[in-house]
Design a protein around this ligand. Structure first.
Ligand code: F58
Length: 830
């Protein structure tokens, strides 16, 4: 009887639903107008571009939700093993164009809008960036989510919904200033607030032992409770119905009242205190190096970990009866050490709440975690002071001590009483301040430890994690990073996308980037060359217009557009670039008219943010402006050399800058960039690279051949020895001359630049700018030479794109899925 009633109800619901939403232009128009009137609450007869964008994105969101529901139901029904990708940072950028393209309805939307008197591209510009991350690591997470969805993997991302994303960079008089990025000001149509998906997250308090059914159990009596609310962000795959979820947590005051405060009449204070809870997810830490020892940061980490694991365990228990099945059904990935508290938290859940024995719980936990590190230097690894951790998470500290005790016992059996090594490998660092070493924890518990490039894995094995590699060589792997061609070609470079599809005779490369290799067949075709050249020109025009609107500077399209965009960091050596530009300027000034005619004109473009507390990085930005001021106003030089700093570099700016670049620079001192992903985006856009043999460049060379890029600088194996030589190292005269110009105030601000100059002075030049300068200038000269042979340049450019297929994040994700997570695709049927 009950079944009959349920069936009748279901039939009625289906009859009320008009199937799926329709995607023909007329239906899209109706939907957009519906949202103008009822969601945005404007009159359908009068709405502006921003309101049109809002209505448009709501109509896209409706379509995402349909697929997202279907995917979720399907994965649940098939009981597939799921991957949970835990990351404190996701740099998603804009969503509109990407979603519409992945849904495969961009043409229909463009037509629908044009009939309403709007242009899709103009509306897309209305969207702000979701900048919930710092740099490479965070953008990598975003690319990987796109690939997980596209490849039909049953995966969810988990992260934090910061109310303030990465700061906006404003330049005043050449100095960087930071402004808050309150990105939710105008609403966020891409998220779905789940007011009923909430979990309590606890902090502080004490641990007590109690008797339960004749056994002793540890019970954590927390001192503060905060509520985590889920916000879901559908991530559509391309060429598939699969749409996965990125669940971001926001902190809200808990519903548990502080009764005492209320009863004693301290109502106002108690409400104010509750409000403090929200600060946990308020702001992204803007440091791309470390934020060690900060309580709020630790709170963020645990808040995120606790909410995510409660959610994951709840879902698991709904579908399965025994935790023995956990390793077959769940893979947890630690994107860097930031989510490593998950290890202690899941042990706490299994032992304290689910009452599994310690050994059984540990056995399960060691089968579910994998870990990727994005750092090179051991000094950059995350540590948490024991005192801080013990006060915020007393039970977790006990668990960490127990994990470490067991590990140390096992280690002694394996390596004997080598106390130096034992102390290096211990999860607890002894010393004046005791610390928990998060990387050691992650390695001990993970079944796989991943580097992000081939070279990076070598570094991990021989330096950063040498002790661990010798103990567990089988755990260590590398998965070279990748970027999604959907965002970095299809969305951001539509003309190149069309050209590639035309010459390959297929769009299949958008799902299978290996097919880009087919472009090699046309590398000598002059018609192809002509079209290739036109595409670059269109993109350069777009970039030139942007530069002019932003800075008022007119740049010549005949010049080589030479770009370095990334976070500002000493090891990334933007200073080497600026010194190179000063040298070029100096040479030009000393040339006669005839020689000047032979010079290749350049527009040098630099962009990137400096961490707010990173003084030297901020000075590099100022130097760039000071040099630009001098050069750009020198009428004697004219179009032969221009220098532009692009402020507030973010994903959207990257989408504009990268397609317009002729040459891009990747100058890290060898051995310092774990991988680098910017280079891959430039490569895919047919921009030639000028680079050191570092990070993933090693593999780029393998793919395209060293003759198709401009290499320079010390090799990884030479760096240590060069550093030892210190002040006896031979430095080119040109370098000394440029340094002197800056020191002597040729660009002004000599006092301000003094400490910056000191960092590269002979004997103090840790990143070896002086040593590498000579070969850098030669590589630049080689680039100039190639640029004046357009045929040659275009061939190199085509071969760059043709060799970029392996740097698709689809390949990275497939490797992770097969070798690490052991998950299978689960394609939602139409
Ligand atoms: C970057 N790391 C690496 N960290 O520097 C880069 O070589 C690599 O390509 C990329 O990861 C992806 O693997 C990076 O971006 C951060 O931003 C951290 C944020 C949190 C604090 C510590 C640095």
């Amino acid at each position: 009887e009950e079944l009959g009633e349920r069936r009748a109800k279901a039939e009625r619901m289906f009859s009320l639903m008009d199937g799926f939403l329709k995607n023909d232009p007329l239906s899209l128009q109706k939907d957009i107008l519906h949202h103008v009137e009822y969601t945005v609450a404007r009159s359908r007869f009068s709405f502006d571009d921003f309101e049109a964008y809002q209505a448009l994105s709501h109509s896209v969101r409706d379509r995402l939700i349909e697929r997202w529901h279907d995917t979720h139901i399907y994965v649940k029904r098939t009981k597939s093993k799921r991957l949970y990708f835990l990351s404190l940072e996701f740099l998603m950028g804009r969503s509109l164009s990407n979603s519409v393209i992945n849904l495969g309805i961009q043409d229909q939307y463009a037509e629908a809008l044009s009939q309403l008197g709007f242009e899709f591209e103009v509306l897309a510009e209305q969207e702000g960036d979701a900048a919930l991350g710092n740099g490479g690591l965070a953008r990598l997470s975003a690319c990987q989510m796109d690939s997980l969805a596209t490849l039909d993997y049953p995966a969810w991302g988990y992260g934090l919904r910061y109310e303030y994303g990465l700061f906006r960079q404003v330049i005043v008089d050449g100095f960087q200033h930071e402004q808050p990025d309150y990105w939710l000001n105008f609403g966020n149509p891409w998220e779905i607030e789940r007011i009923h998906v909430t979990y309590e997250v606890k902090f502080y308090g004490t641990v007590e032992e109690v008797d339960m059914n004749g056994e002793r159990h540890k019970v954590w009596i927390p001192g503060e409770t905060v509520e985590a609310v889920a916000y879901d962000n559908p991530i559509p795959g391309y060429g598939t119905r699969n749409t996965i979820n990125l669940r971001l947590w926001a902190a809200k005051p808990s519903n548990q009242f502080d009764l005492e405060a209320y009863n004693t009449g301290d109502y106002i204070n108690s409400v104010v205190n509750r409000q403090r809870a929200e600060t946990i997810s308020n702001v992204l830490y803007p440091d791309d190096r470390s934020h060690q020892g900060k309580e709020l940061r630790l709170k963020q980490q645990y808040f995120f970990v606790s909410a995510s694991l409660q959610d994951i365990v709840r879902r698991f228990k709904e579908e399965h009866n025994s935790f023995d099945e956990l390793p077959d059904k769940v893979a947890l990935h630690l994107n860097d050490t930031h989510p490593s508290l998950s290890i202690a938290e899941i042990m706490r859940i299994l032992v304290d709440e689910e009452h599994l024995g310690w050994n059984k719980a540990w056995d399960i936990v060691c089968k579910i975690f994998s870990f990727t590190t994005h750092t090179v230097v051991a000094g950059g690894l995350e540590k948490i002071p024991v005192d801080l951790l013990g006060s915020l998470l007393p039970r977790h500290l006990q668990i960490l001590y127990e994990i470490n005790f067991n590990f140390m016992e096992e280690l002694k059996k394996r390596i004997g009483l080598d106390y130096n090594r034992l102390s290096r490998m211990s999860i607890v660092e002894e010393g004046a301040v005791k610390n928990i070493r998060m990387a050691n924890l992650a390695i001990v518990c993970s079944h796989t430890v991943n580097g992000v490039s081939k070279l990076h894995l070598d570094t991990l094995k021989t330096r950063t994690f040498k002790d661990f590699y010798e103990l567990w060589p089988e755990k260590f792997q590398y998965k070279t990073n990748g970027v999604t061609q959907r965002r970095w070609i299809v969305v951001s470079n539509p003309s190149l996308c069309a050209l590639i599809s035309k010459w390959l005779g297929t769009e299949a490369w958008i799902r299978n980037a290996d097919l880009l290799a087919g472009l090699r067949d046309h590398v000598d075709n002059t018609d192809f060359h002509q079209e290739w050249k036109m595409v670059k020109k269109v993109n350069k025009m777009r970039l030139a217009e942007y530069i002019e609107t932003m800075s008022g500077l007119k740049v010549s399209l005949d010049a080589m557009f030479d770009v370095q965009v990334k976070r500002i960091h000493e090891y990334k050596r933007q200073l080497l670039n600026i010194f190179g530009i000063i040298h070029r300027y100096d040479c030009l000034k000393n040339m006669d008219k005839n020689d000047r005619r032979k010079v290749v004109p350049r527009v040098c473009i630099i962009g990137g943010k400096a961490a707010p507390g990173y003084e030297i990085a901020k000075k590099i930005i100022k130097l760039c402006h000071a040099v630009a001021e001098k050069i750009n106003n020198d009428t004697d030089i004219g179009d032969l050399l221009k220098l532009v700093f692009i402020p507030d570099y973010n994903v959207s700016v990257a989408e504009l800058v990268i397609p317009g670049a002729d040459l891009s620079q990747h100058l890290s001192t060898a051995g310092h960039e774990a991988s680098g992903t910017g280079s891959m985006k430039f490569l895919m856009n047919g921009c030639l690279l000028l680079a050191t043999t570092d990070g993933s460049t090693v593999e780029i060379i393998e793919e395209i051949g060293s003759e198709n890029l401009f290499l320079f600088g010390a090799k990884v194996h030479e760096v240590a020895e060069l550093r030892e030589k210190g002040s006896t190292l031979k430095i080119p005269l040109q370098f000394a001359r440029v340094l002197r110009m800056v020191r002597d105030g040729y660009f002004g601000y000599e006092d301000y630049f003094k400490s910056l100059c000191d960092t590269v002075e002979v004997g103090n030049d840790f990143y070896l700018l002086g040593h590498d300068f000579g070969s850098y200038v030669e590589a630049q000269a080689a680039a100039d030479k190639a640029f004046v042979e357009p045929e040659k340049w275009i061939k190199m450019s085509i071969l760059s794109v043709a060799g970029s297929g392996i740097f698709s994040s689809d390949r990275t994700i497939q490797e992770y899925a097969e070798r690490t997570w052991k998950i299978d695709p689960c394609r939602c049927p139409l």
